[in-house]
Design a protein around this ligand. Sequence first.
Ligand SMILES: C[S@@+](CC[C@H](N)C(=O)[O-])C[C@H]1O[C@@H](n2cnc3c(N)ncnc32)[C@H](O)[C@@H]1O
Length: 226
Amino acid sequence: MTDPTDFYQDMKQKGYLTEVRRFVPGYDEMVNLVASKVIEISPFQAVDLGMGVGNIAELILCASADTYLTGIEQSEAMARFAQKKLEPFPNRSKIQIQNLQEGLNERKYSVAYSNLVLHNIDQNEKINLLTEIKRSLLPKGQFIWGDLVSFPFGMHNPIVAYRHLNAWIQGADAGFVKEDLYKELFEDSKLSVRETIKLCRTVGFKDPRVIWKNTAGTTAVFQMSV
Ligand SMILES: C[S@@+](CC[C@H](N)C(=O)[O-])C[C@H]1O[C@@H](n2cnc3c(N)ncnc32)[C@H](O)[C@@H]1O
């Protein structure tokens, strides 16, 4: 299996935000939606699960003056970028370099959010992690989950292939297109919208629902409470 740390180290060298915009149609709209949902809640304690280069955390910290934000990220390369973005907020943020699958600590949050991360985690581990996320939330806490979603009826592979072709046409490196295509087809553990909602209910989240989908339906953002 691709080592995710190396994978993102490679992507970082090519410019993470430039690359992700090529591979994920509607990336900026998705990020702004996730950030604006968190800002609307104006949480006292928020956690970004798989914070990447810290772009969502930065939007939240700029707009929500009462929020203390913890960012969890396993890739040191990505976390170094995030550290720079969080420099203006030394008293309201911290980064934990950690694999989410090791579990969350005892800190409680009013909002947990995660964007484009959980599809990297296989089904059984995903159940454990979602249970852990639920446990880490305060009463009435909210979880906002943005991710790639899969398609039923044999449509998944052609749609993923089309998205990668489109990234290549936009200038993505051919080697990286190939590597990411392989990862999405054979290694990732994506769920459909329906499967996501069912899983969140099974774990015990209340009212899991879709709050945003990109026009092609390849990504969605879900919101739920404890
Ligand atoms: C596609 S990026 C998304 C980054 C950011 N959330 C965004 O929306 O742009 C996935 C990020 O999740 C991190 N990641 C993936 N699996 C992880 C895990 N098990 N624990 C911690 N971080 C993880 C990767 O290192 C990477 O920075």
